[in-house]
Design a protein around this ligand. Structure first.
Ligand code: CUA
Length: 417
């Protein structure tokens, strides 16, 4: 008898172990809601919502098929199983090609299931592909360009001061895309090197950034918020850490942010008295592991507040140290790759740093923009983001920064609000 009964004990034990694992793996509310920073299950915009709807329709239809087919299979396995030693050695029953009615019915049911999935899918393709004509014109325009391994964001309709002579050019930022909330944003997707992919899980995605191809994505944030973005196409060594952020702001906040960004970089004047004062040292570099995520709990819990706090200059600035950092930015040739509008730095290989101190993250969204992490990044970029161009430039041009120089450059970059 035991020979014909499957070992339910083993299956049962496996199920209990699985349940225990699920219970132990995360008792946090966000785990059960499936609401992480990059969740596609709890969304904050119409495009992501449309995509989620397709996911659910597909899920429910396939779950229904699974239950029907599984039940029929289980029923036949139990009802027609060998019940005795004699059954086991008996001839199989006469075989047939089945019942035409059942076969036609199954074909019909399959077609019906595909149609049920196809209708919302086609609608979603239509909705997410691009905005309809009147809204397309009114959408806020941005151009996002992928680089190995960071994102450049250009605002074609916002004219920023290039220098102190009144020359203007479209506003450029890096790795943090600030947008107006509640308004469609239409993003031109470009790349300067390989294929990247633009993905903000809670808002929209993914659309590839392909060389010589003008792709477009549109998205909208329902409310002001702070969203995690990620390159979603393998693009080399540091693909996994090619991240970015989207900060959606209420209309008034957005206008204020834009006005601050349009200005040239902030200049901190140092007097002779500043130079004579003893230097306040920036935090020491702590030990870290390769690709370790460098975000503090405080930042993680309320990133939008952390972003707001970054917009104004710190009260305890060391003007002399900042002046020294500004000078080093030129003598160490940082200006060859980075732009700081108004400070004579016009490089375009790396991210624009004109208002770098107002961003929450550095190294393409990998680590938090604070003194400790910033120093870690400029001291040894290779260990933070393997293969990156800044590390290559350090090696090729034999650039090294001693402790004091690191601290001064950190102070300078942090002053760029
Ligand atoms: Cu860029 Cu992956």
């Amino acid at each position: 008898m035991p020979k014909f009964v499957p070992s339910l004990g083993r299956v049962g034990r496996a199920l209990i172990a699985l349940a225990a694992l699920v219970l132990l793996s995360g008792c946090e509310w966000n785990f059960w809601r499936m609401d992480g920073h990059q969740s596609t299950m709890v969304v904050d915009g119409p495009v992501a919502r449309e995509q989620l709807r397709v996911f659910y329709v597909t899920c429910w239809v396939t779950l229904f098929i699974f239950i029907v087919v599984g039940s029929v299979l289980a029923y036949t396995m139990i009802k027609f199983r060998a019940k005795s030693e004699a059954d086991e050695h008996a001839e199989p029953p006469p075989q047939s090609h089945g019942n035409p009615l059942i076969e036609l019915g199954l074909i019909g049911a399959s077609v019906l299931a595909l149609v049920i999935i196809a209708v919302p899918t086609l609608k979603a393709i239509w909705v997410t592909y691009d905005l309809p004509e009147p809204e397309r014109k009114n959408a806020y325009a941005v151009t996002a360009t992928g680089y190995q391994w960071w994102f450049k964001f250009e605002y074609p309709n916002e004219q920023a001061a290039v220098d102190n002579t009144g020359t203007k050019a479209p506003l450029v930022t890096g790795n943090e895309l600030v947008i107006p909330a509640g308004r469609p944003v239409r993003i031109n997707l470009r790349t300067v090197d390989v294929i990247h992919s633009f993905w903000v899980p809670k808002l929209a995605g993914k659309v590839d950034m392909i060389p010589n191809r003008a792709n477009v994505i549109w998205l909208q944030a329902d409310q002001p918020g702070y969203f995690w973005g990620q390159c979603a196409e393998y693009c080399g060594d540091s693909h996994a850490v090619m991240r970015f952020r989207v900060i959606a702001l209420a209309e008034k906040d957005f206008a204020e942010w834009r006005d601050r960004q349009l200005a040239v970089a902030r200049a901190v004047a140092a007097t002779a008295a500043d130079a004579a004062r003893p230097r306040t040292q920036v935090t020491a570099l702590r030990a870290f592991h390769r690709n370790e995520v460098g975000v503090t709990a405080k930042f993680d819990q309320n990133p939008l507040e952390a972003w707001r706090a970054k917009q104004q200059p710190a009260g305890n600035e060391d003007a002399a140290l900042i002046a020294q950092g500004r000078q080093l930015f030129t003598t160490k040739t940082c200006n060859a790759c980075h732009t700081v509008r108004g400070h004579g730095a016009m490089g375009v290989q790396g991210p624009d740093l004109t208002h770098m101190g107002s961003r929450t993250t550095i190294a393409a969204g990998l680590i938090e923009n604070n003194s400790e992490q910033l120093r870690r990044w400029i001291r040894d970029p290779e260990s933070v983001k393997p293969g990156n161009k800044m590390a290559k430039a350090y090696r090729e041009n034999k650039i090294s920064l001693n402790d004091e120089e690191q601290v001064a450059i950190v102070a300078y970059l942090e002053s760029l609000k």
